[in-house]
Design a binder for this molecule. Structure first.
Ligand code: BGC
Length: 358
């Protein structure tokens, strides 16, 4: 993954030089950034952590990075340990916002800046900025791709004459992850009119967010749920598509449906290597690529600005109300990846090498 960081580092390095003596290197003590990451289960978080720490370190920051193994209390303890070690700023990819309030309040009392990383930290005023992707757009891309896959929309996103009814099933991410709600809402905003018209039907009847959630984003939980829904499709209704919120769940759904004798249309998210290979082979229908190099770059700039008391650049000041405050955000654009464009988007851009995907 080393090669992927070069452009981001070059840019941040130039910015740091341009900022001259206001940069962190000019302070008396080397600034310490605490990076609290949620999990290593999805490989994207491993790349996020590598990108963030490499970029901070190249600018002369000390880094204390810890992964919480999807355990909310472990993450609280890790953040407390970062504060005890003298962190000047925190970058937090939350497992679950609920238990984070008190430790983030302590951070703020101590003057420590907090950037919510990729996942919005909810229900606290003690979060300064949010760096993420346009998560609603992720859901819109997934649902649009699903409709293209079953032929209700054409390649340009225009309505075709296909009337269905097409049977689909719906999966969402973890109930404790704000992103999962935003992905789901974005996707349902596209699918709902087709459900109302009867072009799409959900034979299980499970569509509501709480009925389709996947606790902890666990692929095995999604696989079990898909298996439990299979009866009605064995020798009966054709399962045209399954809305899967990320690649881990998409792959579990595809594994669970492998014996149907055909492949339902399944979108995903994260452009993880196994999923991209599957898209290239024509099995998983699509994925959504989010360039974590860029997310790291935006986050590092935010932290630099916060530590030199200048206002970080944001491009959204309305979408992310965390229940206490609207958190100023920088949202990057996600991109749909299909069998047609994976090579151009992921390999030609240097995100993956030919060898990694081939
Ligand atoms: C991220 C996704 C990821 C999921 C599970 C979400 O908050 O935005 O990229 O697949 O968490 O880790």
């Amino acid at each position: 993954m080393t090669g992927r960081r070069t452009p981001a580092l070059a840019l941040v390095g130039v910015l740091a030089l341009a900022a001259g003596c206001a940069g962190p290197q000019a302070q008396d003590e080397t600034p310490l950034v605490g990076i609290a990451m949620p999990t290593t289960v999805q490989t994207r978080w491993v790349a996020d952590g590598e990108n963030l720490s490499a970029q901070f370190e190249s600018l002369g920051f000390d880094v204390d990075m810890r992964y919480a193994d999807d355990d909310p209390q472990a993450q609280v303890d890790q953040i407390q340990a970062m504060l005890d070690a003298g962190a000047d700023a925190l970058v937090v990819g939350a497992v679950d916002s609920k238990p984070l309030g008190p430790v983030l309040a302590k951070a703020h009392d101590a003057g420590v800046k907090v950037v919510s990383y990729d996942r919005l930290i909810r229900d606290t005023g003690d979060v300064d900025f949010y760096a993420s992707f346009d998560n609603r757009r992720v859901g819109v891309l997934q649902a649009t791709s699903l409709l293209q896959g079953i032929g209700v929309l054409d390649a340009n996103g225009e309505r075709t004459k296909a009337k269905g009814p097409f049977a689909i099933e719906v999966f969402a991410g973890s109930p404790d992850d704000n992103n999962a709600t935003v992905f789901y809402d974005g996707a349902m905003s596209v699918l709902q009119p087709y459900l109302e018209e009867g072009v799409l039907v959900v034979p299980s009847g499970q569509v509501e967010r709480e009925d389709v959630a996947t606790q902890g984003w666990k692929a095995e939980v999604a696989g079990e749920r898909m298996t439990s829904l299979l009866g009605r499709y064995q020798g009966g209704t054709r399962l045209a598509a399954v809305l899967a919120p990320n690649d881990g769940i998409a792959q579990a759904v595809l594994a669970a449906t492998a014996d149907l004798g055909y492949t339902p249309v399944v979108p995903g998210q994260d452009a993880e290597v196994p999923a991209v290979k599957s898209v290239a082979a024509g099995v998983q229908f699509s994925t959504v690529y989010k360039d974590t190099r860029q997310l790291a770059e935006v986050t590092v700039e935010m932290v630099q600005d916060l530590l030199r008391d200048s206002e970080p650049e944001v491009n959204d000041t309305t979408s992310y109300d965390n229940g206490v405050t609207v958190v100023p955000s920088y949202l990057l654009p996600p991109q749909l990846v299909t069998q047609d464009n994976y090579r151009a988007v992921l390999i030609d851009s240097g995100y993956y090498s030919e060898k990694e995907i081939g």
